[in-house]
Every structure is written in structure tokens, then in C-alpha cells.
Ligand binder design. Structure first.
Ligand code: COI
Length: 361
């Protein structure tokens, strides 16, 4: 593989200009990116090169008809400065799940994984060592045909670029259960990580923001009753001592942090239930004191504790004194990612120079 990957290094890294104690989420980019093109039914032109702007035709199909999918991953650095990836194979699989749903070509999983390894290994000086910080990795694929007319593109671009990031949320979040607008319906594209799902969330998110809420809690598209997920995360509720999360019904993104949380909690002998859960049940449990904690899970957010939920004219305030599962999970997942506890799951893997690129710095 290595001979097929071109490497073009920056002449001088920008890393020394970054204040790692003060990094806004998603606004600072590292030096290099991985790029591949899809032509004539196959992926080609594999390259690691300096991050640069793309030249895109106004008739680009992705812009008009939305063939655009992405992943969000994180790498951390251990105290001995080993760069660690977290469950990269799950992301490779989910990208291809999204690709199939959006009529886009699958990207070979071995090349995806080797590209992430090589890029993170190359950019390891960019990984912030601060607790809860990480290198955020954004693989994405877009249509590249220049044509107007609704159809799947014949050509595509796949890119991975990376960003040093601090925590996505610096404090507990409050949620606005939306009973008018919906994110996804079963049979739609809610399960795919595709750009349009996020575009559709913006208008309801603005409504929530105007009322002082951080995120929308999405209810199902048919009954507007069952909770699906929240803005950028999957969602968990602790009612008495049961941990409940909505079952993956086809409209919910299958989160990798969600999967990690389920495995950790099950291994620790907790009672976990994946089932439909209605907003009425949550508000009722909130009112009678049975709703102990609510937390979101996602790669960017890791674990985001929920402070307050609004639904119609009701508000439930959560009590931080009860936040036992979310506090344990937040610390444990961050410790696993940062290599400060033993990884009995085999989820973390040191980033290696899989394509054997040599720095020309
Ligand atoms: C992630 O959690 O990685 C996502 O893709 C959500 C995004 C809004 C940052």
C-alpha cells in the first residue's frame, strides 16, 4: 500500500502557533490531510498533503443534492506521548453504512484505518495533552460530479483532516424537547451520518437557543412522543436504578460512544434497557423524583451531563448530587482514551505510520 500513497509534507509545521490551553472546538486545523478520489468505479490518487482549499465546480452534485457523509473520531496522547486511536474500525464500518444508504461508494476499510493511523502518527505533536482534550479526526466523502439533475454521482472525494480540540461542552447542557419539528423518521436517513441531518437540525436548534437551551431533544417523527436522540448525541436516562436508552429503530444514529457506554455499564453488572421511551414517561419520572440523571454520548461530547429538560410548559431540573453513572463514565472513557487505565476492551490502539511516509521537515 505504502508505494501507492503520495506524501507531500508542509515545509514548516504550524503547531508552535497554537495555544493548547485555549482551543476553540473545530476551528484550528493541523498541517496535513489525507485525500483520495473515486473514478471509473475505483478509489485512487491516495495522498497525504498539506491542508488546502479544494477547487469545486458550481454544479457539484453534493452541493445541490446532498451526497455528503462524514465521521467524527478522536485520538489522544498518553503521558508517555503515545498517540492512541479509539475504535477506528467501528468508524470505518459506520462510514460505509452511511455510504450505502446515500448511494455512495464504500471506502476500503483497511485503507481508511491505515490512513487514520498514518495521519495521526504524523500529526501527533498536535494532540493536546490536557485532560479531556484530543485530536478530532474528520473523515468525510462528497460527490464530485459536475451536473444538475437528481442522481447519484459517479465521482467522489474522500478526505480526512484533523483538529486539536478542547471539550465540546464545558458545562452540563439543557435540552429542549421539540414537539413540532422532527430530525428523522424510520425509513429516512436518520441512521446515516449525512450532512443533511445536521442541516435539518439548525432551525429547531435556533428555537431552542432563543429560549436558552443548548440542544434539541428529538422526538419520533410519527407520534412526536418517543425520544430519539439529542442534537449531536445519543441519550441515556437513569430512572431509579435502571439505565434506559432509546433502541436503534432505524432513525437514530448508531453512536460508537453509545456502544462503548452500553458495554461498560453491562460489564459492571448494571441493568441496561434499550427500548422506546416516551417524553411523558421522562417528565413524569422527573416530577416524582425517579429521574436520577440524564446524559448524552457522542465522540465530540464524550459524556455530556444534562442539567434541565423542557417539554411544552413543563421543566424538569436534574440534581447533580445523583450523577453517578455519567460521572463514572466520563472519567472512565476519557481515562481509557488517554491510556491512563488498562484497556481490557482492546478499544485503543497506538497510531502507527502504516503508509511508511517520511517527514521532509
Ligand atoms: C461527533 O460527535 O463527533 C459529531 O460528529 C457531532 C458533531 C456535531 C461534532
Amino acid at each position: 500500500m505504502s508505494q501507492l500513497v503520495k506524501f507531500n509534507s508542509v515545509s514548516k509545521s504550524n503547531v508552535s502557533n497554537v495555544d493548547f490551553n485555549n482551543i476553540p472546538f473545530g476551528k484550528i486545523f493541523t498541517d496535513h490531510m489525507f485525500v483520495a478520489d473515486y473514478f471509473d468505479g475505483q478509489w485512487c490518487n491516495f495522498e497525504i498533503c498539506p491542508v488546502h482549499k479544494l477547487e469545486i465546480h458550481p454544479g457539484n452534485l453534493a452541493w445541490h443534492y446532498g451526497q455528503s457523509i462524514f465521521e467524527g473520531m478522536k485520538a489522544s496522547i498518553t503521558k508517555d506521548r503515545v498517540p492512541l486511536l479509539f475504535r477506528p474500525e467501528m468508524h470505518a464500518k459506520r462510514l460505509n453504512f452511511s455510504a450505502r444508504r446515500m448511494c455512495m461508494p464504500e471506502f476500503p476499510e483497511d485503507i481508511f484505518i491505515n490512513a487514520v493511523h498514518t495521519l495521526v502518527n504524523l500529526e501527533q505533536n498536535w494532540i493536546p495533552p490536557q485532560k479531556g482534550s484530543a485530536l478530532y479526526i474528520r473523515p468525510f466523502m462528497i460527490a464530485m460530479d459536475e451536473a444538475i439533475g437528481v442522481r447519484a454521482s459517479d465521482t467522489y472525494k474522500f478526505i480526512i483532516f484533523t483538529m486539536p480540540v478542547g471539550p465540546y461542552y464545558s458545562k452540563p447542557v439543557n435540552l429542549y424537547a421539540q414537539d413540532q419539528y422532527v430530525r428523522a423518521v424510520v425509513g429516512g436517513v436518520g441512521e446515516a451520518k449525512t450532512a443533511g441531518n445536521y442541516a435539518a437540525s439548525l432551525y429547531p436548534a435556533n428555537i431552542a437557543k432563543k429560549e436558552g437551551y443548548d440542544q434539541v431533544m428529538w422526538l419520533d417523527g410519527i407520534h412526536k412522543k418517543y425520544v430519539q436522540e439529542v442534537g449531536t448525541m445519543n441519550i441515556f436516562f437513569v430512572i431509579n436504578d435502571e439505565v434506559i436508552t432509546p433502541n436503534l429503530d432505524g432513525a437514530i444514529l448508531s453512536g460508537i460512544t453509545r456502544d462503548s457506554v452500553l458495554k461498560i455499564l453491562k460489564d459492571q453488572g448494571n441493568k441496561i434497557i434499550e427500548r422506546q421511551i416516551s417524553i411523558d414517561e421522562i417528565m413524569e419520572a422527573g416530577k416524582n423524583g425517579q429521574l436520577k440523571e440524564v446524559f448524552g454520548t457522542g465522540t465530540a461530547a464524550v459524556i455530556a451531563q444534562v442539567d434541565k429538560i423542557k417539554y411544552k410548559d413543563q421543566i424538569v431540573q436534574l440534581d447533580p448530587a445523583n450523577w453517578k453513572y455519567s460521572t463514572m463514565l466520563k472519567n472512565y472513557i476519557n481515562d481509557l482514551r488517554e491510556g491512563s487505565v488498562e484497556d481490557t476492551y482492546g478499544w485503543t490502539v497506538p497510531a502507527r505510520n502504516a503508509f511508511n511516509v517520511t517527514k521532509q521537515l
